[in-house]
Design a protein around this ligand. Structure first.
Ligand code: PBG
Length: 336
């Protein structure tokens, strides 16, 4: 063979990657802002937004400021917002009764947002951790050894109805109690909210990556540690088969969409679910996933935008329709 002759390689995949125009033609996955849900933290009062140190670029917003932020996000075309309350420590009790105060912070915030932006989809967490003095997602049993499933679900049903009444488009049980999806559906229907959907945090793992979120809502402060042990209800990170069972049960109980959380380290679960259900799927790129990327970028070890885009693209590629992500706030359009 002559030196300048091409080698006999007739099949050359690089032909489809040769120029940026050609690469664009064959790209298989896109991350549009409309697929992203922005988590927002709300706090009582009229002061300035408080920065959250472990979540760079994120704040606890008082209601007037959260309205401005919702406006900005809606203009940028984000798909929706997920709203989490940061309740003052003196309102946190073992019985989480502030969760059912109809004048409570989260209900006022949702009401104000939906009044100004009726077309911006709002997802509201159903769980008790912002309200319990111990930081767990539910009420403890008599001996304090475990979260009691059924007394917790009774409260979650009422919380879901109040969230629907405030105007939430979707309630999002993130507590991992048994049987709550079916009973919340029943409670919503009985209270005449058949149009309000349920996003089930169906595959939620007991993860170390929730630590910055717990700083943000203060549940770690109440617990005295951000390593709050939730393994009695959140799933074992090693259990693929068990979580599928759990998630498919939520589908049967009437969930409108299912979520996998965290996202990046659990892409196999996203793919498993994509192949096992026809419901839409969401994945939550949690606080620790975001903070890890920021921390590495601050050190100059990875490029922030590239690491961000790659992380989101991978979650979409695995099969998620929607991504809950702290990057939603600064995204334009992502494509590698
Ligand atoms: C609690 C809840 C958590 C997150 C969303 N809802 C934390 C937890 O389970 O302790 C975590 C989100 C994140 O880390 O970004 N019900």
């Amino acid at each position: 063979m002559k030196k300048d002759q091409p080698l006999p390689i007739p099949i050359r995949p690089r032909r489809l990657r040769r120029t940026s125009g050609i690469r664009r033609l064959f790209s298989e996955t896109e991350v549009a802002p409309s697929r992203l849900i922005a988590p927002l933290f709300v706090v009582d009062g009229l002061g300035k937004p408080e920065p959250i140190p472990s979540l760079p670029g994120h704040y606890r917003f008082p209601i007037p400021a959260i309205l401005r932020e919702a406006h900005r996000l809606a203009r940028r075309g984000v798909g929706g917002i997920a709203i989490f309350p940061c309740i003052s420590q003196n309102l946190r009790t073992p019985d989480a009764k502030e969760a059912l105060n109809p004048k409570g912070l989260i209900y006022r915030a949702i009401h104000a947002i939906k009044k100004e932006f009726p077309h911006l989809p709002v997802f509201a967490d159903v769980a008790l951790d912002p309200y319990t003095s111990h930081g767990h997602d539910g009420l403890l049993n008599r001996t304090g050894s475990d979260v009691d499933n059924d007394t917790t679900v009774r409260l979650l049903m009422k919380q879901a109805v109040l969230l629907a009444g405030a105007g939430a488009d979707f309630v999002a049980p993130s507590d991992m109690m048994d049987g709550r999806i079916g009973l919340i559906r029943e409670a919503l229907d009985q209270a005449a909210f058949p149009e309000v959907g349920i996003l089930s945090y169906a595959a939620k793992f007991a993860s170390s990556l929730y630590a910055p979120f717990r700083d943000a809502v203060g549940s770690s402060r109440s617990a005295g540690t951000s390593a709050l042990d939730k393994r009695g209800y959140q799933a074992d990170p090693g259990n693929r088969r068990a979580i599928l069972r759990d998630a498919l049960l939520d589908e049967r109980e009437g969930a409108d969409l299912l979520m996998v959380k965290p996202a990046g380290p659990y892409l196999d679960i996203v793919r498993d679910l994509r192949e096992s259900t026809r419901l839409p799927l969401a994945a939550y790129q949690v606080s620790g996933e975001y903070s890890q990327i920021h921390a590495a970028a601050q050190k100059g070890w990875v490029d922030l935008r590239k690491a961000r885009d790659e992380s989101l693209l991978s979650i979409r590629r695995a099969g998620a329709d929607l991504i809950f992500t702290y990057f939603a706030q600064d995204i334009e359009r992502v494509r590698l």
